[in-house]
Ligand binder design. Structure first.
Ligand code: IVH
Length: 703
C-alpha cells in the first residue's frame, strides 16, 4: 500500500473506530492506538495537501476560524411542534388524528424530546455536505465546520450500503451531555467567567462559537430524529430511523411504536421518571403519527405539522430559603429584582438565584427574608419563584403562562453564548460597589427600590409599563456596557472581533466611553480591521445599532426608508414620526428624546466623522425585501420566467449579492436549464446548494 492509499485506509478505519467509540460506546482498540493512527493520518495529510478532505477524521479537532456564519435557506422548512402540557391535550391530539384519518387505524411513534438545539444535516453521496441551525425555520446558519467536530455525527457513510439515498437531510438535536456541561462550568467558574445557565445554552453558545477548535473540546453530542428526502427507505418514520441508525447515526433506542393511547400513557409515565437517568437533558415526549402517508394526509398548519405534538414534562419545583433580593440593571436600564436563595438541586443543577421579573411580581409574592420559596425551572433558561411554600401557586401552569415570560427557544438559542442572566457586578469599583439591599429589619416585606442600584438615579416607570428603569442612560455603567455590546452585535454593526469580554476589558481600561471610541482603536489590527469593515454597514442597521430605546430592527428599517438620512430623522417632528408605518407614540417619543440630547447629537457627529453610513443609497432604497440579505448567489443557465439580467436585479432587490464564480462562500446557485457541467461539478465539490428557478421564485414569494 503506498502512502496515498494509506490515507484512504486510515480514514476508513478511524471513521469506524470513532463510531464504535462515540455512538456504540464499544471501542475495539485502545485510546493510544486510536491516537497513533490519527497522528499517522495527520502526518500523511500534511505531506499530501492535495488529498485534503473536510470530512477526514482529522477535521474532528476543528479547522480554521469561522469568519462568520452564512445564512442559508433550508431546502425544506424546519417546522416546530405544537406543545401540550397535560395528558388531556394529548388525548385530544390523538382524537384529532383519528378524526382526521376518518377512523383508519394508525400507529404513533413516541420518543424523547431532547432539550438542545435543532440542527439539519445534509448528506450527498454518503458525505456530510452542510449543517444548518434552525434559524427562523426558513433559513439557518451554516455551522458545518463546527458540526464536523461532533464525534457522534458521521462525516462519511458506509459506501457499501445500498439503501442510503443519494441525497437526504437528517434532523436532530445537538446537546451538551450533563457531564460535559458540568466540566465546562467548573472550568469557567475557576477562570472567573460567566457560567452557562443550562446545557442547552451551553450547546447553543458552543455551536455558534467562531472557533471550531473550541467546539471540538466541549464534548457536544447529537441525537437524530427525523429523516427527509426523495428516496428514503421506508414508508414509516420509525423504520426510517432504524435505517438511519444502521447507517451510523446516533438514533435514540428509546423510541416506541404505540398502537393505543394506553401504550402511549405507559411510555409517558415511564419516562417522566426515568429520563433523569439519561446522560442528556430532555424536556418532554414527542408523539408522531408513524405512517408517512398518514402524515401527508393530515398535513400541517402554518407553524407545525398536524401529525405530531410535543408533551412537555411538568417543570420540577424545589423549596428553599430566600436570603436576599438584589437588583440588576440591564442594557436599556430596566431594573430586575433577583432572589438569592440557599442552593437547591433543581432538574439536575444547583440553583441559588431566581428572577422576580418586576415590581408587580415582587409585590404580589409578598416576600420576606427567610421565606420558604418554591422555585421552578421549566423550558426557560432562568429559574423563577412561583410562590411560597404552602400557597396555591406551585401548581401546574397552563400552556400560556409557561410560554409567556421568555421568548421561545428558537429565539433565545440564537443569542450570545453567555447567559443573559449575569447580575451586574463585574464592573463594580470604588465608586460603584456592588449593591446590597439594606435589610435592617428581619422579616419585613421586600419592596421594589426607588433608585438605581448602580448610579443612584431615581427610577422611572412608564405608563402601562411593567418595568422600572434608570433614566441615566448616558452615565450608568451597565447601560453603557450594554449599549457597547449591542452596537457590535451581529444584527447591528457586526463587529465580530469584539465580544462582551473585550468590551468589559476596554471599558475598565478607560478606552471605551461610548460607541464612537471603537473607531479609535488602533493597537490591535484584527479589531481595528473588523471595526473598519463596519463603516460599510447600511444606514438602517446603524440606526438599529445606536440602541435608541424601543427602536428595534424593524422600526429602524422603516424609519431609514422613510427619512432616508439621519439629518431628516433628527429634525423630524412628532407628527412626521407618527405618520410612519408601525411607529406609535412610544417609539416616536423615544426618538424625539434621543435626538433632543446634546450628547447624543455629538455622538452622531463623531460617528459621521468616523465614516459610518447615515444615508440610504438609491440602490438600498429600491430593495424590496431582505429575504436574500447576506447571501452570495451565482446565476447559471437559461431561465423560463425572467432573463438573467432581470434575475440579477431581483436578487439585489431582495438584498442578495450577485457573484460571478462559485466558491465556498457562495450561498446557492440559481440554476436554469443547461447549467454548465464544470459549474455543476464545482458546486458539488464545494457542497453549494443548487436552487431551481421555481424554488427561487417560491423563496422570494413569487410562485
Ligand atoms: S420532530 C416536524 N422529534 O423540539 C417535526 N423534535 O418544537 C420536527 N425536538 O424544533 C421535530 N426532540 O428542536 C422532533 N424527538 C424529537 C425531538 C424534537 C427534540 C425539538 C426540536 C424541535 C422542537 C419542537
Amino acid at each position: 500500500m503506498n502512502e496515498r492509499e494509506s490515507i484512504i485506509s486510515l480514514r476508513e478505519q478511524l471513521h469506524r473506530h470513532n463510531y464504535n467509540y462515540y455512538v456504540l460506546n464499544a471501542p475495539t482498540i485502545s485510546d493510544k492506538e486510536f491516537d497513533e493512527m490519527m497522528h499517522r493520518l495527520q502526518a500523511l495529510e500534511e505531506k499530501y495537501p492535495d488529498m485534503s478532505d473536510p470530512n477526514s477524521p482529522t477535521q474532528r479537532v476543528g479547522s480554521d476560524l469561522n469568519d462568520e456564519f452564512r445564512t442559508v435557506p433550508h431546502r425544506r422548512p424546519m417546522l416546530s411542534l405544537a406543545n401540550t402540557y397535560n395528558l388531556e391535550e394529548v388525548r385530544e391530539f390523538y382524537q384529532r388524528v383519528s378524526d382526521g384519518l376518518h377512523g383508519q387505524p394508525f400507529q404513533v411513534c413516541a420518543e424523547l424530546k431532547y432539550d438542545g438545539l435543532s440542527i439539519s444535516l445534509h448528506y450527498r453521496d454518503g458525505k456530510l455536505v452542510q449543517a444548518l441551525t434552525r434559524g427562523d425555520g426558513v433559513q439557518g446558519d451554516d455551522v458545518t465546520a463546527n458540526v464536523r467536530t461532533i464525534r457522534s455525527i458521521p462525516l462519511v457513510l458506509d459506501s457499501s450500503r445500498e439503501d442510503i439515498p443519494e441525497e437526504f437531510e437528517i434532523r436532530g438535536e445537538v446537546l451538551m451531555p450533563w457531564q460535559s456541561f458540568e466540566r465546562l462550568n467548573d472550568e469557567r467558574s475557576q477562570a472567573g467567567e460567566d457560567l452557562f445557565a443550562n446545557p442547552r445554552n451551553a450547546a447553543s453558545g458552543t455551536l455558534k462559537s467562531k472557533d471550531p477548535k473550541v467546539v471540538s473540546q466541549r464534548g457536544l453530542d447529537a441525537y437524530l430524529y427525523y429523516l427527509l428526502g426523495e428516496d428514503i427507505p421506508s414508508t414509516g418514520h420509525y423504520e426510517n430511523m432504524e435505517s438511519a441508525r444502521s447507517w451510523g447515526f446516533q438514533v435514540s433506542k428509546d423510541m416506541r411504536l404505540c398502537n393505543t393511547l394506553e401504550e402511549l400513557w405507559e411510555y409517558i409515565s415511564y419516562w417522566d421518571v426515568h429520563r433523569k437517568e439519561l446522560p442528556v437533558a430532555t424536556d418532554g415526549i414527542v408523539i408522531k403519527v408513524n405512517s408517512l402517508a398518514q402524515q401527508k394526509a393530515l398535513g400541517m398548519t402554518a407553524k407545525s405539522p398536524r401529525w405530531a405534538i410535543a408533551y412537555k414534562f411538568q417543570a420540577e419545583q424545589a423549596c428553599t430559603i430566600l436570603r436576599e433580593v438584589t437588583f440588576q440593571v440591564g442594557r436599556t436600564g430596566v431594573v430586575t429584582p433577583v432572589a438569592n436563595m440557599d442552593s437547591v438541586l433543581l432538574s439536575g443543577t444547583m440553583v441559588h438565584r431566581a428572577t422576580l421579573h418586576n415590581a408587580d411580581v415582587l409585590e404580589a409574592l409578598d416576600l420576606h427574608i427567610g421565606d420558604h420559596v418554591l422555585v421552578e425551572k421549566g423550558g426557560e433558561i432562568i429559574p423563577k419563584i412561583v410562590g411560597k411554600e404552602g400557597t396555591e401557586n406551585g401548581k401546574r401552569k397552563t400552556e400560556n403562562s409557561e410560554k409567556s415570560e421568555y421568548s421561545e427557544k428558537s429565539e433565545y438559542s440564537e443569542k450570545s453564548e453567555y447567559s443573559e442572566y449575569s447580575e451586574y457586578s463585574e464592573t463594580s469599583d470604588d465608586k460603584h460597589p456592588p449593591f446590597r439591599f439594606p435589610f435592617s429589619v428581619f422579616r419585613s416585606p421586600i419592596h421594589f427600590i426607588q433608585r438605581c442600584p448602580v448610579c443612584g438615579t431615581p427610577l422611572v416607570r412608564g405608563e402601562e409599563e411593567a418595568s422600572h428603569y434608570c433614566p441615566n442612560d448616558l452615565h450608568c455603567a451597565p447601560q453603557i456596557i450594554g449599549r457597547l455590546e449591542h452596537f457590535v452585535s451581529r444584527k447591528a454593526m457586526n463587529i465580530s472581533q469584539v465580544g462582551p469580554e473585550l468590551i468589559q476589558q476596554y471599558y475598565r481600561n478607560g478606552m471605551l466611553h461610548d460607541v464612537s471610541d471603537f473607531y479609535r482603536i488602533t493597537h490591535d489590527k484584527k479589531v481595528a480591521d473588523s471595526v473598519a469593515r463596519s463603516t460599510e454597514v447600511p444606514f438602517e442597521r446603524v440606526l438599529f445599532a445606536l440602541g435608541i430605546r424601543f427602536v428595534g430592527e424593524i422600526a429602524a428599517k422603516t424609519l431609514a426608508r422613510k427619512f432616508k438620512d439621519i439629518d431628516s430623522l433628527m429634525s423630524a417632528t412628532m407628527e412626521q414620526l407618527l405618520e410612519t408605518d408601525g411607529i406609535g407614540n412610544v417609539i416616536a417619543e423615544s426618538i424625539i428624546n434621543y435626538f433632543a440630547s446634546e450628547e447624543n447629537r455629538a455622538l452622531i457627529e463623531r460617528l459621521r466623522q468616523a465614516g459610518l453610513q447615515f444615508t440610504l443609497s438609491e440602490e438600498q432604497l429600491s430593495t424590496h425585501s431582505t429575504t436574500l440579505q447576506g447571501q452570495s448567489i451565482v446565476i447559471s443557465g437559461v431561465f423560463a420566467h425572467h432573463s438573467r439580467d432581470e434575475y440579477k436585479r431581483i436578487i439585489e432587490q431582495h438584498g442578495g449579492k450577485n457573484v460571478g464564480s462559485i466558491s465556498g462562500k457562495t450561498s446557492f446557485i440559481l440554476a436554469g436549464e443547461n447549467m454548465g457541467p464544470s459549474k455543476l461539478e464545482k458546486a458539488e465539490k464545494l457542497g453549494v446548494r443548487i436552487v431551481s428557478e421555481d424554488e427561487f421564485l417560491a423563496m422570494i414569494g413569487q410562485e
